[in-house]
Design a protein around this ligand. Structure first.
Ligand code: SF4
Length: 323
């Protein structure tokens, strides 16, 4: 049968157990009744950004064996999941012997059903390779959305955070990404009120976030973490100032989302279920990860093509396109 023929195609090397001894696999069957499922491929981080405790808490980078990732992916798709989100602490650094993230994605495309799509949960700008973008551009099964944490839009703040890029380098790569994958949406994480963040630095951040044109922002006020480099610095920002900056960025996020959403007239939605108390309205997400409401759909499960009627509070209002 199909599964057996796929089994025969698997020719990955088997890893010695010590390579993955501390890799805790994601339990299967955890995402019942949902079309989207998470597929953990990596854990740990070696980067030591100044504000982050994760390298201390989660240990060094390690990656799941490709054959194991594929086995889990197949189990998830066999139980009806249509979209798999590749997750990790530092997903872009997936590396198992000679297999990098793009190679793993190619294997997953090959070894899973045609109707299964893949999304990358989050990736650092320095790890978005041409190989990955080419794969994304050529293959509609890899969804055109990247969440790329910028954390700040000021070179001074980024240097104190020990982030490995400048704003100009980030911008340049984003424009290269958009050239290769024109329908992509790029969202990001930002920290407000990082140690010594001046009004000028924050103003730079606002200006650059606008210029880059992210599709939405996840905004986090800085919070001290024991054992990190930032915790030993001086010049902590007043909580009220950080709160004000957070508010400003949340407002900016709404505006940026609106701008990004305006690009689309039609879309494909993965349905998640009916709105509370409104069985006639189905909720879901577009390929670019914008939320959507579909009015009176005939099809109430899986993926549907929709016409976009409008945008209300950052949510597409859509109707199904009947084939
Ligand atoms: S912010 Fe991300 S890249 Fe930086 S240390 Fe934490 S987990 Fe690693």
């Amino acid at each position: 049968n199909g599964i057996e023929s796929k089994e025969r195609k698997l020719h990955f090397e088997v890893s010695p157990i010590e390579d993955i001894s501390d890799f805790d696999n994601m339990p299967i069957g955890h995402f019942e009744h949902q079309h989207r499922a998470f597929l953990k491929i990596q854990d740990g981080c070696n980067q030591y950004c100044a504000y982050c405790q994760i390298p201390l808490a989660r240990g060094p980078e390690r990656s799941q064996i490709p054959a194991e990732v594929i086995k889990t992916a197949r189990s998830l798709t066999e139980t009806g999941h249509l979209e798999l989100v590749l997750t990790g602490i530092h997903t872009g650094r997936y590396s198992f012997r000679k297999t990098n993230l793009s190679m793993l994605l190619s294997m997953l495309l090959e070894e899973t059903d045609e109707n299964v799509t893949f999304r990358i949960s989050s990736i650092e700008i320095t790890e978005v390779t041409d190989e990955l973008l080419d794969l994304m551009a050529q293959n509609p099964r890899i969804l055109p959305h990247l969440h790329i944490p910028i954390q700040a839009g000021s070179d001074e703040t980024l240097a104190r955070m020990k982030r490995p890029y400048t704003v100009e380098q980030f911008k340049k790569r984003v424009s290269e990404i958009r050239k290769k994958v024109p329908d992509i949406s790029i969202s990001t994480d930002v920290i407000t009120g990082f140690v010594q963040e001046s009004d000028e630095e924050f103003a730079q951040t606002v200006k650059n976030l606008e210029e880059i044109g992210f599709s939405f922002l996840h905004v986090f006020p800085y919070s001290r973490r024991k054992g990190t480099a930032a915790d030993k610095m001086s010049g902590f920002i007043d909580a009220a100032v950080a709160k004000k900056r957070t508010h400003e960025l949340l407002k900016l996020s709404d505006q940026l989302r609106q701008n990004d959403m305006k690009r689309f007239k039609t879309s494909e939605i993965l349905l998640e279920g009916p709105e509370n108390n409104h069985p006639d309205i189905m909720l879901g997400y577009t390929k670019q990860y914008h939320p959507a409401k579909v009015l009176h759909p005939v099809q109430t499960s899986g993926r549907i093509e929709v016409k976009i009627l409008g945008i209300e509070d950052g949510v597409f209002i859509c109707e199904e396109i009947q084939r």
